[in-house]
Design a protein around this ligand. Structure first.
Ligand SMILES: Nc1ncnc2c1ncn2[C@@H]1O[C@H](COP(=O)(O)OP(=O)(O)O)[C@@H](O)[C@H]1O
Ligand SMILES: Cc1cn([C@H]2C[C@H](O)[C@@H](COP(=O)(O)OP(=O)(O)O)O2)c(=O)[nH]c1=O
Length: 217
């Protein structure tokens, strides 16, 4: 029987360097000879990407109710798990995902103030016990991450999505909720200082990854 693949997630606020470092993690794992599926949430399948658009589109005439937002996040997750994540893990591939359920606790829990117990109910219903083997949390003060994001948005002429339009208090609550999650799950989550130079961040990330992979052999 094929051994189940490992499930690794990258987390953190906007602009902390998740996308930049995801590529590095993928390359590192491929170097170890693993089949790797790189994906993201919300999204990762065409249908789930449709739901992502609903979540990110800033429709000013009709604000999205927090519970509707929460259910859409889990609807996208259910589709992504069924179509991409579970099949990959079952055939022995490793899955590296840009954001997962810790983001729901951070954004819908911390940011939108939905009770964690309600998120946990949907988590249990949707995931049926599946959770990441390792979560790399990129942490840094939100103001500095915001400056990176401003440069990126400016450089690409992008506009801000529904979340990127939130206020500083929202992002601070997101950050604190992420840190609280990491403190309560130290065996699964590794906190990485994302404010350092990219080379330093990469080195710390790979060190944490190797450390954890050594315990899986
Ligand atoms: N350690 C770092 N130091 C300086 N700039 C960085 C660092 N990591 C990423 N960046 C830059 O910051 C911006 C946001 O990074 P990105 O990977 O898109 O973040 P995220 O996916 O978390 O929103 C990009 O322009 C990226 O090149
Ligand atoms: C996975 C997930 C994402 N989100 C939000 C956070 C992000 O603002 C947005 C899109 O994620 P993402 O594209 O990863 O953000 P960025 O690259 O700008 O850091 O979705 C939630 O609110 N809940 C969730 O469960």
């Amino acid at each position: 029987m094929t051994e189940r693949g490992r499930f690794i997630t990258l987390e953190g606020g906007e602009g902390v360097g998740k996308s930049t470092n995801l590529a590095l993690v993928v390359e590192h794992l491929r170097g170890h000879g693993h089949e790797v599926v790189a994906t993201r949430e919300p999204g990762g399948t065409p249908r789930a990407e449709d739901i992502r658009r609903l979540l990110l589109d800033p429709v000013e005439e009709e604000p999205l109710a927090p519970d509707a937002e929460l259910l859409l996040v889990f609807a996208a997750r259910a589709q992504h798990l069924a179509r991409v994540v579970r099949p990959a893990l079952e055939r022995g591939a490793w899955v590296v995902c840009d954001r997962f359920t810790d983001a729901t606790y951070a954004y819908q829990g911390g940011g939108r103030r939905i009770e964690a117990s309600r998120i946990a109910e949907l988590e249990a219903f949707t995931q049926q016990g599946l959770e990441p083997d390792l979560t790399l949390l990129l942490d840094m003060p939100m103001a500095a991450a915001q400056r990176r994001l401003d440069e990126r948005l400016h450089g690409q002429g992008e506009t801000r999505d529904r979340f990127e339009r939130e206020r500083a208090e929202f992002f601070e609550a997101v950050r604190q909720a992420y840190l609280a999650r990491a403190a309560s799950a130290p065996d699964r989550m590794a906190v990485i200082d994302a404010s350092a130079d990219l080379e330093e961040v990469k080195a710390e990330l790979l060190a944490r990854l190797d450390e954890r992979m050594a315990t899986w052999r």
